[in-house]
Design a protein around this ligand. Structure first.
Ligand code: GLV
Ligand code: MN
Ligand code: MN
Length: 412
């Protein structure tokens, strides 16, 4: 068996290499889907999978899939992986660490002369974050057959480029998106290793997080329509101020989440006024709402309060609103039998672990709706993530390789 130092070093080499595929060098990693950076990262990951001895292909959605055929190819396969896109000015570990762990797992199995009974597929998913098109889980949803031709035209980036056109520029054939759909009866389980992206493991000096549940997420872009007018000459009672209406709604959102409790969160992370002048009343305001909870009814309550507040805030003449749903995924409970196997492995290795919930979304959230799925976390230094300071020790990620090695042997 490879030493942990050796595995940590191999992880460092992969992750440092991929970090170079970045649109914002010196200011975190920005690798939005279907861009040149994404193309270079995908090609590089593909090359590393080939070197690891996997049969590799890019599917119709831009996912890279490396297959290590099992002894019995009739048995449903195990899939392990995560995503290769990043948020704007994000880090080098979110998603990518999970792909590196998958490649290392395949390398180790080969080096040790282990051929599993089941096929093992290592997957690098395209566009998990939804950063460019406001959506999320594009690659994993395409594998589940949940992306339609209409979606490809409907979802557009801030420059009004559709997913359809972006895919074409990237070298994919959007008309073939349906071909990314996998026969789910041929997949036994999905396993995702990810950085925690929060402070719990780091603060408690724990090494592995066993994820029992991933929060559900609803994501909207809301547009409030008003009328642009002179900011100095238009009396307060004669305005159709889109900003006033939007601000009243946005200000209440955090309290609705607090009222639900149970860790429910709600965020407006994006807001844009049009035309956007200091001396012009906003004619239009667009803002995002992201609501998450482990309990679907909490999400639904916050969203119904949002609709009611929009109706109230936009009741003045000349003000109206519309809402575009970008994402709607229910909370998911992960496989208890796989969690037990992971726990046994942590005990064998003497790793400190805890069972926990994921407040971040993951490909495992989309896939866990339909397949047996499990996730494990490794610590994020100071809990930082989605920012340039994101950091996880390579030696900590190496521990996840050992645990996953045990898991796939136990499940083969
Ligand atoms: C992705 O990281 C998300 O949780 O939005
Ligand atoms: Mn992320
Ligand atoms: Mn991620």
């Amino acid at each position: 068996m490879e030493t942990s130092e050796n595995i940590a070093d191999q992880l460092r080499v992969l992750l440092e290499e991929w970090a170079a595929f970045n649109a914002t060098p010196g200011n975190g990693c920005t690798r939005l889907p279907f861009t040149q950076e994404a193309r270079r990262a995908a090609d590089c990951i593909r090359g590393r999978m080939v070197e690891a001895g996997l049969d590799v292909r890019e599917d119709a959605a831009g996912n890279i899939i490396g297959v290590f055929p099992g002894e019995d190819t009739a048995l449903p396969a195990l899939a392990v992986g995560s995503h290769y896109d990043t948020v704007q000015n994000g880090g080098n570990f979110d998603g990518q660490a999970g792909i590196a762990v998958g490649i290392l797992l395949a390398r180790l199995l080969k080096q040790n002369g282990v051929r599993l009974k089941r096929t093992l597929a290592v997957v690098a998913f395209c566009d998990e974050e939804g950063m460019r098109f406001g959506t999320g889980y594009f690659g994993s949803k395409a594998m589940l057959g949940q992306i339609t031709q209409e979606d490809l035209h409907h979802f557009r980036d801030k420059d009004d480029v559709s997913v359809y056109d972006a895919m074409k520029t990237y070298g994919l054939v959007p008309e073939k998106i349906g071909e990314a759909r996998q026969d789910l009866s041929k997949i036994a389980a999905f396993i995702e290793m990810h950085i925690e992206q929060g402070p719990v493991l780091d603060q408690n000096h724990e090494e592995i997080g066993l994820v029992e549940c991933i929060v559900g997420i609803q994501r909207y872009v809301i547009t409030v329509h008003g009328r642009a007018d002179h900011a100095g000459t238009t009396p307060m009672d004669m305005r159709a101020d889109a900003m006033e209406a939007a601000a009243k709604v946005i200000a209440q959102l955090p309290d609705w989440a607090r009222a639900e409790g149970d860790g429910t969160v709600a965020t407006t992370g994006y807001c844009r006024a049009v035309p956007g002048g200091m001396n012009i009343i906003a004619g239009e305001v667009q803002f995002s709402v992201d609501v998450r909870s482990r309990c679907q009814t909490h999400i639904d309550t916050v969203v119904s309060k949002l609709r009611a507040a929009l109706n109230t805030a936009c009741s003045r003449d000349g003000v109206s609103w519309d809402m575009d749903c970008k994402l709607d995924v229910a909370p998911v409970d992960l496989s208890t039998s796989m969690l037990d196997l992971l726990e046994q492995s942590c005990q064998t290795h003497g790793y400190r672990f805890r069972r926990m919930i994921s407040g971040a979304g993951h490909d495992a959230l989309a896939i866990g709706q339909v397949l047996d799925t499990v996730m494990l976390f490794v610590p994020s230094k100071d809990g930082r993530s989605h920012c340039p300071a994101e950091w996880t020790e390579y030696a900590d990620i190496a521990k996840a390789v050992h645990v996953l090695y045990d898991l796939v042997l136990a499940m083969q």
